[in-house]
Design a protein around this ligand. Structure first.
Ligand SMILES: [Zn+2]
Ligand SMILES: [Zn+2]
Length: 368
């Protein structure tokens, strides 16, 4: 069957047509017909051969980790999904070590050993192919009404996992609204206007936060207009400095970082508010060291009770929350949510998407 494959040793990306079709091997597995696979920055890094590890013994890695599929067949022990269901399959699989308490608890998103695998990224083939078999316990059913936008679930899980942890942390302030998932009266800044940032902005808006999206694009850009249309404030870093942004916002309760830009992020940390939480999600490229005002940051963190944390991957709770939230987003902003998916392409067009300067927000490979 056809599969989009990266050959790290040959530095080649090819759509092969002889990838072996998978079969059900255990009665807990389900066979999926792949519908759509999203392309993101991680895929582009793999296509630059910076990243991406084929399964042991394979010269290539089938890429793709953001997926939407239809269940074709299920093993006899599967009750979680049934044929015809639309499903999103989780990406990370547990490490083998008995001592890894996270993986043994089914929370490989917090793996201690680093020996986890990830479909389409590390040691396991991904979803950019025609059919996939996996254990049904990694699959989450999506309502059929979300068919057109469900490919956004996986990138949304990043914000969902960040917010779940933020509520845990803000339980230290039980006398404020925050802590039970209610952001009313709280002010959030989202750094970056890519898919992860914009989906994060929606997740904050549905919880009642007042949201400012801070990014490079001009204030008249399509991204800025999109933010205005959902009720977020858009502020361009080209015309407004971070101290000016802080004046506009007031006490910044939460920063959701979705850029991978370290200098911008640490400058924003300087204006984080009292009792504020800063959530990093971006992975910076290896560039020259930046200088930061460490005294100021440390003084602020102590004197303002601040908390800074990073988050990666997502557990079953974040997948469930993402599906739930995407339904809320689509009911409230149908046109804006659809507009996040800027192109659907045939598998043959993937190389230009991965290596070229394809514009748009979220581009998708459609297999059927
Ligand atoms: Zn991704
Ligand atoms: Zn582990």
């Amino acid at each position: 069957m056809r599969a989009v494959s990266v050959f790290p040793n040959d530095k080649a990306i090819k759509v092969i047509d002889n990838h072996p079709a998978p079969a059900l091997e255990a009665d807990t597995e389900a066979l999926l017909d792949m519908l759509e696979i999203g392309v993101c920055g991680t895929d582009k890094e793999i296509a630059r051969f910076d990243y991406g590890i084929p399964p042991a013994g394979s010269p290539y890695l089938v890429i793709g980790h953001e997926s939407l599929a239809r269940v074709a067949r299920v093993g006899s022990a599967v009750s979680r999904v049934k044929p015809g269901d639309l499903v999103i399959t989780m990406v990370r699989r547990p490490c083998p070590h008995a001592w890894c308490r996270s993986c043994r608890a089914g929370r490989q998103d917090f793996c201690f050993s680093g020996d986890f695998t990830e479909r389409g990224i590390k040691g396991r083939h991904g979803f950019m192919t025609e059919h996939v078999v996996d254990d049904a316990s990694y699959m989450h059913v999506v309502p059929a009404a979300l068919r057109d936008v469900a490919i956004l679930v996986e990138p949304l899980t990043i914000a969902e996992k960040g917010l779940i942890q933020t509520w845990d942390v803000q339980e230290r302030l039980p006398w404020t609204a925050a802590g039970d998932g209610d952001g009313h009266g709280e002010k959030a800044v989202v750094l970056g206007a890519g898919p992860v940032g914009l989906l994060g902005a929606l997740a904050l808006l549905v919880r009642g936060f007042e949201v400012w999206v801070y990014s490079r694009e001009h204030e008249g850009s399509s991204g800025a207009q999109w933010c205005d249309s959902v009720g977020a404030h858009y502020v361009s870093s080209q015309t407004t400095s971070l101290p000016e942004l802080a004046k506009l916002v007031g006490n910044i309760d939460f920063v959701y970082e979705a850029t991978g830009a370290s200098a911008l992020s640490f400058q924003t940390l300087e204006v984080l508010g009292i009792n504020g939480v800063f959530c990093f999600t971006g992975v910076p490229g290896r560039k020259a060291p930046i200088s930061i005002d460490a005294d100021l940051l440390m003084r602020n963190m102590v004197l303002k009770n601040q908390l800074v944390f990073g988050t990666v991957n997502a557990g079953p709770d974040a997948f469930a929350a993402a599906i739930d939230d995407l339904g809320k987003f689509y009911a409230r902003w149908p046109a804006q949510v659809k507009a996040l998916i800027t192109g659907r392409f045939a598998p043959d067009q993937v190389v230009s998407l991965l290596t070229g300067q394809a514009g748009g927000i979220k581009n998708v490979i459609a297999f059927s």
